[in-house]
Design a protein around this ligand. Structure first.
Ligand code: SIN
Ligand code: MN
Length: 222
């Protein structure tokens, strides 16, 4: 933990773009540790973390999926690009977490109650991992994406819906932060340009590295 680091400053909820809301410090320490412990449980199988291969290159993150397994660029129930096993179900607590995240971001109780994410992608970033600019567009539903971060902070780049170039906003996602993108921003390009090693706060459950969890509605049946 950095003394007098960025995380020591008060940070307020902020609408980065229409439908894209950053809620700093949304998860308390116990909730962050719960996500980390849960991730370790998911990583034990039946499908181990792996780096999805994009155009012949493994991504630098290590991913475990729940509900539906994502691979570039499709969802399936079985991890056909890993070991063929069916992924674990999305737990009920995670659906409730998604609903309260939506309420915190948008303040719309009805929309929050209707939100039922059926997949979650857990990505672990080591010191050098990154994620290039991309859209989350393999879902047939356009319901919002809920993103939660634990551990080291990252620089998150949130762009526009047209292409992966400027304009974009660079923001810092720190441990416990919530970011929701839906509505007019649902198909915005976004990525992680860098991890800030050594910024994970004491008590978050991770000594180093960053865990990101995104909840989504696939709109798929079966
Ligand atoms: C993602 O775009 O799926 C992950 C974003 C993040 O790690 O914050
Ligand atoms: Mn994404």
């Amino acid at each position: 933990m950095t003394l007098f680091g960025e995380e020591a400053l008060p940070r307020e909820p902020y609408e980065v773009a229409p439908g894209a809301v950053h809620v700093p410090g949304w998860l308390d320490d116990e909730q962050q540790r719960w996500l980390v412990d849960s991730f370790h449980g998911w990583a034990a199988g039946p499908v181990p973390p792996h780096s999805p291969v994009v155009r012949g290159h493994p991504m630098s993150v290590r991913t475990v999926c729940l509900g539906w397994h994502w691979r570039p660029y499709a969802y399936s129930r079985d991890a056909v690009d890993v070991n063929g096993e069916r992924v674990l179900a999305v737990p009920d607590w995670m659906v409730r977490m998604g609903r309260s995240a939506l309420l915190a971001a948008y303040g719309d109780a009805g929309a929050a109650q209707d939100y039922t994410p059926d997949t979650a992608l857990a990505n672990f970033y080591d010191d050098t991992a990154r994620m290039g600019m991309h859209q989350d567009r393999d879902e047939s539903s356009r319901a919002p994406v809920v993103s939660l971060s634990v551990g080291d902070a990252c620089t998150f780049r949130f762009g526009n819906t047209e292409h992966r170039n400027r304009p974009w906003t660079d923001l810092r996602l720190a441990s416990g932060d919530l970011f929701v993108f839906g509505g007019a921003s649902r198909l915005a390009y976004h990525g992680v340009t860098r991890i800030h090693p050594g910024t994970a706060p004491d008590g978050c459950g991770l000594d180093r590295g960053r865990l990101n969890l995104t909840l989504r509605v696939t709109g798929l049946e079966g």
